[in-house]
Design a protein around this ligand. Structure first.
Ligand SMILES: Cc1ncc(COP(=O)(O)O)c(C=O)c1O
Length: 417
């Protein structure tokens, strides 16, 4: 590690001249002045930036990388399919094989439709819920992210109109009473309830479902004819390989997958119950690239591999060990480190110092070769190794040493705060 990111910065300047924002969207949002901005190569759980600094990658490309970069089984499947044909005038048999593999694995669902991005699936889910119920409104969780379509963006976002979100109602996470109130206010007008399995909002501690929450949601939705849409685009295969709903003990009607399903090859899926199959068939849903066969072959290999190696539990185990070790190291420097969310998607926050100090500590970790984000959940993959864990602990310790003790930070509170 040289800490030098001058090649990244030079590229960023060139990009800004030609590409709005230079680096846009979520990648752009998390650009840090002192951090790397462009990669040169990746392998396993690591990537290298264009200045040749090597990082243990705890963002996993914001989720897609679940088995490690350049995973041989996945790449071989994709390359073989590429050679045989990728984007052709007919569908590929691998689409059927993939559907069978996915439906066998995700126990609550009976069919799958494939697309490219998670947002394709969540948008389709909304259409299916409306088509099936003949109702307009959708209930979502406050600040819950489901993609960039206008109806999913916050009211007043640039380029959207008030009518885009007119039929979307937001309620707080873990709040059954709020859902009951909305149902009372709009009886027979709510088509669907869309939510991630747990609250992984950015810029705040992530919150798991309260005991019995999903069961109560299920009861209320069933009673009132509301379609339950679980957005597993981010969580997919990192909580439970059979669906996060299995972990939390409920049965949804539609589940959206994306990100990790193809270990980085572009693919997303909307899956659903038999009861909604006809509605899914009635809705017009397509895209020029939706039938690319190589990403489907990659996804099938990814899912088979995850099952064979018990991937979710591997990531959960690593996440638990990472959490314990990091919390202890933080504590030895006087810092309270809160790690929230599920083990394979840890959200870090130093609770006894200012947010700025927390971000500075993450920057110190990044500079030393552990790529993490301060205000977004991070991700574990099955490629993260014991050597990565050991090195991460060293980096975390060195980063705290460089920061100095918590008591020396501006506005720090006591370690028990
Ligand atoms: C929970 C959730 N839903 C939907 C999406 C949208 O997926 P995509 O960016 O692939 O369209 C994301 C992306 O981050 C997500 O985290």
């Amino acid at each position: 590690m040289t800490n030098d990111v001058s090649n990244s910065n030079a590229l960023y300047e060139r990009a800004k001249a030609l590409i709005p924002g230079g680096i846009y969207g979520h990648y752009g949002y998390y650009v840090r002045e002192t951090g790397p901005k462009f990669f040169s190569k990746s392998d396993g759980s690591h990537f290298w930036d264009v200045d040749d600094n090597e990082y243990i990658d705890y963002m996993c490309a914001y989720g897609p990388m679940i088995l490690g970069y350049n995973h041989p089984r996945v790449d071989e499947a994709a390359l073989a399919q590429l050679k045989a044909g990728n984007t052709v005038s007919l569908a590929s048999p691998v689409m059927v094989d993939l559907a069978e593999t996915l439906i066998d694995m995700v126990t609550a669902v009976d069919w799958a439709l494939f697309s490219k991005n998670g947002g394709d699936g969540t948008a389709l889910a909304a259409l299916v819920a409306r088509a099936a119920t003949g109702r307009k409104k959708l209930v979502k969780i406050t600040n819950g992210y489901h993609g960039v379509a206008a109806w999913m963006q916050a009211e007043g976002s640039p380029g959207t109109t008030l009518s885009d979100s007119a039929e979307v109602i937001e309620i707080p996470w873990n709040d059954i009473t709020a859902l009951q109130k909305v149902i009372d206010q709009y009886p027979n007008d709510i088509a669907g309830f869309i939510s991630s399995p747990y609250d992984h909002t950015v810029f705040s501690d992530n919150t798991l479902p309260a005991e019995g929450y999903w069961q109560e949601i299920e009861t209320l939705c069933r009673k009132n004819g509301i379609v339950i849409i679980v957005d597993e685009v981010r969580t997919g295969f990192r909580i439970h390989l059979n669906g996060a709903n299995v972990e939390y003990g409920f049965t949804p009607d539609l589940i959206c997958f994306g990100k990790a399903i193809g270990n980085g090859y572009p693919l997303a899926a909307l899956t659903g119950s038999d009861a909604l199959k006809q509605a899914a068939q009635d809705v017009y849903f397509t895209g020029t690239q939706f039938f690319n066969a190589a990403p489907m072959a990659a996804a099938r290999a990814t899912l088979l591999e995850l099952q064979e190696i018990d991937g979710a539990n591997q990531m959960i185990d690593y996440g638990n060990r990472l959490k314990q070790g990091m919390v202890d190291i933080a504590s030895s420097h006087g810092y309270n480190l809160n790690i929230s969310g599920v083990p394979a998607m840890p959200y870090f926050r130093l609770t006894n110092v200012r947010r700025r100090t927390h971000a500075a500590w993450i920057d110190e970790c990044v500079k030393r070769g552990s790529y993490m984000l301060a205000n977004h959940n991070n991700f574990i993959s099955t490629a993260h190794s014991d050597a990565d864990l050991k090195r991460t602990f060293e980096i975390v310790d060195e980063a705290f040493t460089a920061m100095g003790p918590a008591s020396a930070q501006p506005e720090s509170t006591t370690a028990s705060a």
